[in-house]
Design a protein around this ligand. Sequence first.
Ligand code: DGI
Ligand code: FE
Ligand code: FE
Length: 188
Amino acid sequence: MNRETALAIVKEQLTEHRYLHTVGVMETAIKLAEKYGADSKKAELAAIFHDYAKFRPKEEMREIISKEGMPAELLDYNSELWHAPVGAFLAEKEAGIHDKEVLDAIRYHTSGRPGMALLEKIIYLADYIEPGRHFPGVDEVRDLAKTNLNKALIKSIQNTIMFLMKKGQPVFPASFETYNDLVMNKED
Ligand code: DGI
Ligand code: FE
Ligand code: FE
């Protein structure tokens, strides 16, 4: 699927603000793919569809998670986590994207997972550092992303977990597991 077709499909599903975020993620993901040796066309497609399900009604997402064999544990945690696996499912079902690497990058873009593939890391990070993001700590992660993908990823997950904990919110176990996996397998 080419960029224009993909963007036109997701535009229908998103607000203007979320669409601009998506374009930012796309541009950032392509740059990261070129820098770190991932397939830039896959990065482009995964980035365009990463928030495809962001505005689906909670009831629809809950039903898809239950019926399609996704981890039931998701339902006990923040519903903000749901659009990622549901987005992967709907990108395949509604938009005919079958590439497993692309679908996994969409599926794990919010929680991460232990043993993340390169494309998954790139989409997770691009989502965090795209130019429209302005939260505390984002510039430090942008700097790390210029030289070390894993360090940037660790910092972004650390920031997200600490942000949730400071608010006294639950943290999905996969987020902790991803953090531990990256810290324990640090290459440098
Ligand atoms: O969809 P986006 O806003 O672009 O970004 P995202 O898919 O990373 O969603 C992030 C939101 O999910 C953010 O507001 C934090 C929230 N969230 C809730 N519980 C968890 C969580 N994020 C992670 N990584 N882990 C959680 O347990
Ligand atoms: Fe998202
Ligand atoms: Fe996003």
